[in-house]
Design a protein around this ligand. Sequence first.
Ligand SMILES: Cc1cc2nc3c(=O)[nH]c(=O)nc-3n(C[C@H](O)[C@H](O)[C@H](O)COP(=O)(O)OP(=O)(O)OC[C@H]3O[C@@H](n4cnc5c(N)ncnc54)[C@H](O)[C@@H]3O)c2cc1C
Length: 552
Amino acid sequence: MAKPTILAVDDDPQVLNAVYSDLRRRFADRYRIVRADGGTSALEALREIQSRGDSVALILSDQRMPDMSGVELLEQAKELFPDARRVLLTAYADTEAAIKAINAVRLDYYLLKPWDPPEVKLYPTLDDLLEEWQVGYRPKFDGIQVIGHRWSPDSHALKDFLGRNQIPFQWLDLSADDEASRLATQSPNARLPIVVLPDGTRLENPDHPSLAQRVGLRTQATLDFYDLIIIGGGPAGLAAAVYGSSEGLKTVMIERTAPGGQAGSSSLIENYLGFPGGVSGAELSRRAVTQASKFGVEILAPQEVCGIEVNGPFRVVRLVDGTKIAGHVVLIATGVRWRQLDAPGLVPLQGKGVYYGATMQEASLFKDETVYIVGGANSAGQAAMHFSAFAKEVKMVIRAKELGAGMSDYLMERIEKAPNIEVVSFTKVVEAHGEEQLEALTLEHVETGEQRRVETTGLFIFIGAEPFTDFVSGTVKRDEKGFILSGVDLLEGGKVAKDWPLDRDPMALETSVPGVFVAGDVRHGSMKRVASGVGEGSTSISLVHQYLRNVR
Ligand SMILES: Cc1cc2nc3c(=O)[nH]c(=O)nc-3n(C[C@H](O)[C@H](O)[C@H](O)COP(=O)(O)OP(=O)(O)OC[C@H]3O[C@@H](n4cnc5c(N)ncnc54)[C@H](O)[C@@H]3O)c2cc1C
């Protein structure tokens, strides 16, 4: 992006060179210094800068010039760059003209020639004026812009989608931002949110697959057949992708929303090996995606698997867009989703102040507000710590007397020490209130039944998980909660089940269908940690090699 301009104007070449070099010496690192030898050429330069969409911070003009006076120039320049600071460079004899110009062209300052030494007579004044200008300066943004309302669930989903796919964008809130209104009025009847692409194309409330295509994400497989098809791009899927492709397997990874999985929404993972200061889920995902891509993994996202078929020695996955991908081996690493809290008023307010999981995109929007977090496990604790850096107060609502089961000691200690986090014990949320957005909650004491209403604009819910496994129903065996069975968990009375087709036992992480493996949170008996997901994802690859040795 071009630096903002400082324009120096004088018809006397010696004076112009002197002021130009003094300006360069002090400001060239932050501003583009441009010179013009008269009013006409100055206006030409300003028009050109305007046509490029760049900005002008300050115009420093001599008063006496043959083609037009400095005051006349500044008056016309005001039309082109109303916010630029205007300074007149005058001889002592022109002081009166300069004083008149203060009102006529809203002159910011007049400087008397000569300005030596500049450290005393030029720079302090210009420093102040530029500092003032910077306050209102909004650098031109060259990337994707999203314009919408803060409380719109569609805006929230879109921001979340772009953020999790590591696509930089600028969020413009219609209720708080003049630039947002200006851009939105260019398409008055458009459906919100609007996405403005760098080439100026406007997309009205686009669905994620179409947006994905426009921003260069890949959603279709390039090959007809793969050695390994990974379903799910969380830590387990990503680890399998890195190990599989680095060991020569033709690998495709299919992810429903964005690589990273649940870990991608974590504000700070502090117990993952090798990151003593912690690492944000977004950063860990970004690194893993780069690593997987380096080894040639094809990542399809957003793309969703809706079924698995067995076709002799081949495994085929069906995608929701109707296409199919075939391969030797499938790894299911689809993780879990947040359990929904059942209380009146929550469903219509989802995305309008009620959120499941930690949403990194939203945290800064709750600056100086009071937010409620439901849940007492590590994920809720991390979210509380993260929000405490932005919000005025964070209230953790738990049914138990105190935090304990499900939360690591280090987190509990931090929460206790955080001055703006309060643990609200023996309590549950029984109702949410609000029309356009969340306005209040009804809380109930779980022992006395006493209810009270609290005002809030943000409720974040972390109450456990259920696995994403509907798509394997009827194909792969699951436990009563839907988690996928594998290895010894498939044995019945210590013996392999009757419908197991091979004369060997299922390998660890192998499901009831040979050649279909499972890793991470979605596996029955899993640890539900980033490290264990990564461990299982990488371990699965050595089992895949064993399996392939027999089928190839
Ligand atoms: C807020 C939060 C904080 C956490 N903090 C920590 C921590 O500090 N330390 C720690 O060790 N653990 C932490 N965890 C737990 C950790 O993130 C999980 O254990 C880990 O992400 C599990 O990895 P996974 O790959 O098995 O599944 P997931 O991370 O759940 O990834 C599964 C992926 O599969 C995709 N998917 C699902 N269905 C389909 C489908 N049909 N087609 C295509 N894709 C599909 C999903 O979109 C998802 O991206 C945290 C979890 C959360 C939510």
